[in-house]
Structure formats: structure tokens, C-alpha cells
Design a binder for this molecule. Sequence first.
Ligand code: ADP
Length: 755
Amino acid sequence: MKTGVGKKYKILLLNKKPELAQQLQQYLQKDFFIVDRLHHTEQAFPLLANGEYHLLLLSNHLNDMEGVEFLRMIKNQSVTIPCVMAASDCDIQQAVSAMKEGAEDFIQWSDDQEALFSYIAEVLKRVLARCERNDVLAEGEVLYQTLFENIRDAVFLHFLDEKTWLPGTFIEVNQVACHRLGYTKEEFMYLRPQDIDVPGKVNPLAISEELRSQGSAIFKTKHISKDGREIPTEVNARVFEFKGRKAILSVARNITTQQKVLDDLRKSEDRFRSVIDKCIIGICITDEFGNYEFVNEEYCKIFNYSAGELKGKHFTIVIPEKKKKLLSRRHSEFFQNGYVQRQTWDAIGKFGDKKSIIADATLIKDINGRYRRVTFVEDVTEERKAKKALELSEAKYRTMMESLQDPVFISDEEFKIVYSNKAFKKRFGSCEADKKCFELLFGLKSPCPWCMAAKENMSRFRKRQEKTINKRDYQITTVPISYEDDNKAKMTILRDITKEVKARRNAEESDRLKSAFLANISHEIRTPLNAMLGFSNLLKDDQLTRDEAAMYIDMINESGNHLMHVMDDIIEFSFIDSGLVNVHPIEVKTGKLLSDLQNEARLLTEKMNKNHLGLFFENLLPDGLALKTDESRLRQILLNLLSNAVKFTEKGQVHVSVYYNENKWVVFSVKDSGIGIPKKKQGIIFKRFRQVDEGSTRMFGGNGLGLTLCKHLAHMLGGDIKLKSAPCKGSDFQLFIPVQFDESLAQALEVDFVK
Ligand code: ADP
């Protein structure tokens, strides 16, 4: 029977008393009922079968049969309609029978018609309301039954023991349960929940406890089917009242697929985790606040922490104090813009050990849709240390190179100068790009042979040679080196050995000169000795005249003197060399000195057959000037100069003068008009054993020691010897001797000089 809002209920009144029925009809219709009246059952039946009425108000006594009988009849014909039986006092037994047959209620007739009708109306309303509710309930049951059977999960229903809360046997299961576990509904009625669980998978006591305290429980188990298959299952059990007893409705979901997915996921995660863990790069995952959620083994190793020590901590635990703020800020910014620059940072390990790390990061979304920062960390402490050491060492070597006095350069495989030090640049200018060493140093167009040899055989190449560059002598050493990935580079060191070469050349020269001197000296000694031996032999002849003998003796005498002179020079030199010569200053009378020299000059010209030479001696010193010096050394010098002047002058004159010059020196000038001395020889003649003509065919005798001796002696006297000369024009040797005045004389001289 369908009901609806605002709809009036239709009631059929079946009664054998037309008057009473009519009055009741009128009464009820005043209210909200539509009432039809019938007095014969055969008319009533088809109307009821059509379902036109909501309720049947049936009198116990009808015209053709008893009310209960009619009720039974329509029930047998499957006509269902709520029925209220009206019976008189004596028919109470009838009323009970009617109730048994399914009547909803019964009314007892009374004489007070007003009260009776009102009572009937009330009963009818109540019954109609109850029927309507029952209809709803019945529809709900159908709905639940449909759900029960059509749900894709297995559903089990069982009672609970009131005392122990342990489950009883199933009282209902759905088709899915039967299908999944292979039992029929009837078989299930003998099973309890624990009979379909794989033993040990769940703890029935714990579940009972949870149900008791929470009223529901969700747990995972494995159901076992009749044929022994194990089915991973998630059970959602709920306690409810059923037929006045505590029951459990369990919905069991097959989670085989889900479990497999989870297992696969777990396996994949395990694989992923082990890859991450074994990764040689430190990896950490931090939340938006900077707290660690995950750290891999390498990350822990870098900072000496265990994963447990780091988890949940703020990542700045590994950051030095002064950088903590900055990096925390960067971490927050990173969550906003997702950008981070790969950068090297200072970090700090658990034991305060300083680390250098390179960090890089990326933003990921986790399974819950939250953003997480994954940071990749590389420990570059050792590399940094090595690099620093390398930089230091490079700086050290570069400084060494730069402060080296020797020019140094490095050239590459193609001989290009790739590095040159300060000394090199100073000497050879800064190298233009691509300038090759052989071009720059030697002005060559192709590499020198030894550089080529170096290129061929770098590993064993090490070469030293001497070269003159820009008028300076260099010892050039080239060694193979590795330079900025070029393992065929060469380093060349140029040592300036100009001085050494000069000294060596001088030594060689001196060697040569010594040999020349020895030859010379032996000649100088041999000549007079030979003469002495020869003439002394001649003296043995008895036939000699007296004059001849005297001449020979003179010759022997002269040769002896000459020999003595040579020996004197040599001895004098060795004395000077060994510092044994002392100076004894005395007051020298220059006038007397000059007249003595004049006499000597005459003797010399005579001896050398040069009487034709003009000899001039001039004393130009101011009167009263007292020259204080070692007179014998002064004489020795002047005699030597005079002797040379006569010796090297064939015609003209020799002019000896002494004067006082503007620089307050007493100057002795020995000037001749002889052969003169070329400019380039003017220096060397003052060196030991040096002569202008050093050839074997030289015209003039001498040992080359005289002028050297003179120079040394002049220095000893505090003065010097200077020369002005030109070939064929003569020479002027000037001996400078310092002089000390008394005050008055000095003033007089000064005045004189200024005048
Ligand atoms: P020597 O005994 O050879 O003369 P010296 O040292 O006295 O040794 O002189 C060295 C050289 O200097 C001489 O050999 C000569 O060549 C040159 N010389 C010295 N004096 C004169 C001069 N007055 N005129 C030209 N040449 C001179």
C-alpha cells in the first residue's frame, strides 16, 4: 500500500448494520477519512484485491460469514491490507482469533456512540500510522538485502557471546563471501570467524577487546578458502543490536591486488632506498622547516653522524654558526622559488671537523602532495685541501720564479712562450702572444737543433749550452716539464755568465800572457846570459889585444847590468804583489830630481845611440812648494817613463816637466814625439806583461812589467798615471802626485792660481 503526503486515507467499512455503519461513515468522513460501506463480503473482496483501500474496518458478524473467516479468506488469497476488527464484549474470543490471523488491532463496541466513534477514529489513525512505518521498514529491509547481496565485499553476520564477547557462528553471509571462500550459506552457519582466518594472522581476543571498547575494529588478516587458498583481507567489523542481541557485521575486502601493489611498492622502495643508501653522493630530504626526514649512508659518513642522530634535527646542525642564519633563509626561499645554485660551502662534522662540501638541491612532491627538498652533498674537503696546497705550492714556486735573478721561461710543444718570469721580461721585454722562443732570443726562423732534439725525446732531454744574446753571455739550461696539461712543455733557465765568461777569458788570456812572458823573460834573460857566456869564452883567447879584452869585459858588464835590471823588475813585482813594499815619504827637492833625471836621460840616449834626441826638463812648481813623497819610488817611476820615452822615440824630443795643476796635484809629465800608442792599446799596456806589439817579431825589448809597476807604485804614493797618446804623434805619460801645503803657502798658491 502506497501512502503520500496530504492524501486522505481510504477505509472500507464492512458491517451488517447499515444504520450504525452510516453514522460511523459520516463521523469518520468529518475528519480525514474517505469511507465506503459494504454489507456483503463478495462485494468487498474484489475492491480489496485491487488495493484501493488503506484499511479495512471489519465487524465480527457479517451477513454471509464471520469476520475472522473473511480475514482468513483474503489472507489465503494473498490480499494484504491492514485490518481492525470491531467486536462486541461477548465476542472477545473472536477478536483474539482475528489478531492471530493478522489483524492490526481490535475495537470493542460500546453503547456510548459518541465515545465509541472517537475511539474508533483514534485507533484507525494509530493503525494507519503504524502500517505506514512498517511499510517503510519493509522497504528498507529490501534495500539492505539488495545491498547485502550486491556489495562487492564479503559480508558476514554473527552474534557475540554477551559475556566473553567472543564470536559465535555466522548467522548470515552474502553471496560474495560464499563465492570467495567456496562455502555454501548453510556451511557458513557452522563456521565462526576464526575458522576462516589463517591461524595466527589475527588475535581474536585483541579484536574482541577493541570491539568491546571502540564498538568497531579494522584489521588485516588472511582468510582461508575451503580449498585452502589464502586471501589477504581487510576486515571492517562493527557491533550492533540484532534481534535484541549483540551482533557483529563484518565487511571483508579482498586486498590481494592492493597487497601486491603495496608489496611491489615496498620492494621498489627498498630497491630505491638501497640505491640511495649506497649512492656515493650524500643525500638528505628535509621538510619545509629544514628538518631532516631522510639521510643516506654517505650523508651520515660525511658528517660522522648516524641516521638516527640526524632524523628530525634541523639541517643547520652541519653548518658553521656564522652561516646558520643565511642558509636557513635560503632554505625557506628555496621552497618558494625552487631554485638553488650549486655551490661550495663550509660545513662542520659531528666532532667539529671542518668540511668543504658542494651542495645541490631539487624540490620533490611526496606521496601526500607535500613539497620536500632533496639535497645532494659532495664532500670535497680533500680536493679543496689538495687544491689549496697546490695553489700554495704554485704561489710559492711562482714567487720563487718571479724573484729569481735568472730569466726563466716556459715554452709549449710548439716553442711558444707560455710563461716568462720578471727577470726574463726585464731582459727580453714582455713576450707578445704566440712569440716563439727561437725568434725572440736568437732571431731565428726555425727552432734551434737542440730544441728540436728536445721535442723528439722529451723524457730524457736535459740540455745545457752557452749562447751570447744581446752581447751578454748566458748558460741556457732546458728541462722538460708538465705545464697546464702540456706534458711536452720545456722550462728554460738563462743564467747570465757574462762575468764568468769574461773572467774565464781573462784567465785564458792571462795564461796565454804568462806563456808569452815566460818566453819573453827567458829571451830577456837568455840574451844577456848568452852574451856573458860568449864574451867570457872569448876572453880565454891568449891572442886578444887589451882593447878587445876591455870591450868584451864591457859587454859582459852591460849584459850583467841588463840581467840585473830584469831580475830587479821581477823581484820588485813579486814584492808589490805580496804587499812587502813600504812607502817612506820624505821632502823631495824637485829641482834636484829633474837635474838627476836629465843626466840619466843623457846616459840613456847615449846608450841607445839616440844623441840626436832633444831633451828638455822644466820645473814649473811654485817656489817653496815642498813635495813630500817616497823619493826613490818617484824616481823609479819617472826613470821608467823616461826610459820608455827614449826607447820608443826615434826622432824629435823628450820633454819632462813638473807643474801644479788646478786640481791641486803635482803632475810630472814625460812627453815624447815617438811612435805613440793606439787608443785601444792604451788600457792594456798598464796590465802585467802587456805590450803594444806582442808579436814574436816585435822590434823593442822589454818584459811588459815596467808600466804596471809604475802604476802600482803611483797608487802606493796616493797618485796615478794617465796617458795621452796617438800613433806616430808621441805619448804623454802624466804622473799625478798629491801634495800637502802649509796653510800660508796654500793661500798664496790659491791666489796665484786664480790670477
Ligand atoms: P817594456 O819593458 O815592454 O817596455 P813597459 O810596461 O814599460 O814594458 O811598457 C809596455 C809597453 O808599452 C811597451 O812594450 C810599449 O809597447 C808601450 N810603451 C811604453 N811607453 C811607450 C812610449 N813612450 N811610446 C810608445 N810606446 C810605449
